[in-house]
Design a protein around this ligand. Structure first.
Ligand code: AMP
Ligand code: ZN
Length: 462
């Protein structure tokens, strides 16, 4: 069996992955809070952990992996947004969840027919959250005060271990809310009271709603048990969200281990800058799709950077990905589906999800003309999901390349007209050598990009 090695944030080292039960490998990833369209950064963990899920299924068998990614459908951002828009909370969460599914499906992440995937909603697990909070109070790790229940951070000696920081350092660096009902400013909310116009559930502490952190602890317990294998999410969730999940789960179920391997993806930036509304470089996945950037191009760009490195989204990368995919689509048009995933792809992914190296392998397969293995490997990575004509229709050649080809063809026609046959022939040969297929007819020339289109060669002809 392939050995998978993963970088575990908890130990800060790459470790051999040994599942608790190879017949049921279990992974939990923090899912979206459904109040708005997913932005491009939100899509990164979705794609990263999709690749890991595919790898686990390949190695352990599709029926032997359970992947849970929750939907946070009760949270203050949701309450605020529904009020702003004047719509009911369940309408907002339902619409946003549908958007999320559609946008992620465009990126090759569609689990609608996947038996190993579970998508619990927080609102379906309130009973489990209340039970866990009761256990925490009984164990002395939490206390009720003024309709709130708070986790007593100082009661858990290992708090901060995931991040490798002391509680005092974390307090210094965090925006902790001071409130009169807290014993310590570091203590965080497990349960809070709801007013009549806010969503709420009856509980031993009055009508209220859960804090965000307890949602993941309760949902992972319900679906994966006290101990499971992998917990994932963006690095921004490491503290406080993941520290708090660990504190809650380990104190409520001291015999369990909670998650054994913690994986965190780095953040996404845009053209070298943090994506932010104030910088005007904030966009959603849907914005890009609507601008005609195919979902597979987004996925390909994501895969080109290792998940533990900051990823820079640039237009140049998107244009490059589009050209490469176009070439591979054309190279694999006759594929019968009989090829196998190249072992070098599995080796690269098994080395802490080295997707960058996997893409280098795809290039090798393409160069060597191994189109059956190329097609199988592309599909395994969640690419090549369309037929070549669909892709070509959706993904026309970018405007710059089109203009250059048109310009060179015009120059060739001009050379012919002025009987400069040497120049006309040099252009014809150069264009062909750059991988552009030109079809001349009485009514003029049409062209298309061949599988080994090479923009640099074309540019050299200018
Ligand atoms: P949020 O909506 O902020 O709770 O984020 C939802 C998910 O998106 C979490 O897993 C975050 O870690 C992830 N995320 C948010 N912003 C970024 C970003 N710029 N790059 C990568 N992941 C992000
Ligand atoms: Zn979580």
């Amino acid at each position: 069996m392939t050995t998978i090695r993963l970088h575990n944030t908890r130990t800060r080292s790459k470790e051999e992955f040994i599942p608790i039960d190879p017949d049921n490998v279990r992974m939990y990833v923090c899912g979206p809070t459904v109040y708005d369209r997913a932005h491009l950064g939100n899509a990164r963990p979705v794609v990263v952990f999709d690749v890991l899920y595919r790898l686990l299924k390949q190695v352990y068998g599709a029926g032997h992996v359970t992947y849970v990614r929750n939907i946070t459908d009760v949270e203050d951002k949701i309450i605020d947004r529904a009020a702003e828009r004047g719509i009911a909370i369940d309408e907002l969460t339902r619409t946003t969840t549908d958007w999320f599914h559609q946008d992620m499906a465009a990126l090759g992440v569609d689990y609608s027919a996947d038996a190993g995937f579970r998508e619990p909603k927080a609102t379906e697990h309130i009973g489990g959250m209340i039970a866990m909070i009761e256990d925490l109070i009984a164990n002395g790790n939490a206390y009720a005060a003024e309709g709130h229940v708070l986790f007593r951070v100082r009661s858990y000696a290992d708090y901060g271990k995931l991040s490798g920081r002391s509680v005092d350092d974390m307090i210094a660096g965090a925006r902790v809310e001071v409130a009169p009902y807290k014993e310590d400013p570091m203590d965080f909310v497990l349960w809070k009271p709801s007013s009549d116009d806010q969503p709420g559930w009856d509980s031993p502490w009055g009508r209220g709603r859960p804090g965000w952190h307890i949602e993941c602890s309760a949902m992972s317990l319900a679906l994966l048990g006290e101990s499971f294998d992998i917990h994932g999410g963006g690095i921004d969730l490491q503290f406080p969200h993941h520290e708090n999940e660990i504190a809650q789960s380990c104190c409520a179920h001291p015999r369990g281990q909670f998650a054994r391997y913690w994986l965190h993806n780095e953040m996404l930036q845009v053209e070298g800058k943090k994506m932010s509304k104030s910088l005007g470089n904030f966009f959603t996945v849907r914005d890009l799709l609507d601008q005609g950037v195919p979902g597979e191009v987004i996925r390909f760009v994501f895969l080109s950077t290792h998940y533990r490195k900051p990823m820079d989204w640039t237009e140049a990368k998107a244009a490059g990905a589009r050209r490469t995919l176009r070439k591979w689509y054309e190279q694999t048009t006759d594929d019968t589906g009989a090829g196998e995933v190249d072992p070098a792809i599995l080796r690269a992914l098994s080395n802490d999800l080295n997707t960058h190296e996997a893409i280098a392998t795809l290039h090798d397969l393409s160069t060597r003309g191994e189109s059956a293995a190329l097609a199988a490997s592309l599909r395994f990575l969640g690419l090549l999901g369309e037929s070549a004509p669909e892709w070509a229709a959706e993904s026309p050649v970018d405007a710059g390349t089109t203009a250059l080809i048109e310009q060179l063809l015009a120059a060739r026609a001009e050379a012919r007209k002025s009987r400069d046959f040497a120049r006309a022939d040099a252009l014809r040969d150069g264009i062909a050598a750059a991988g552009v297929i030109v079809m001349d007819s009485a009514s003029g020339s049409t062209w298309d990009l061949g599988p080994d289109f090479d923009l640099a060669k074309l540019e050299a002809l200018k």
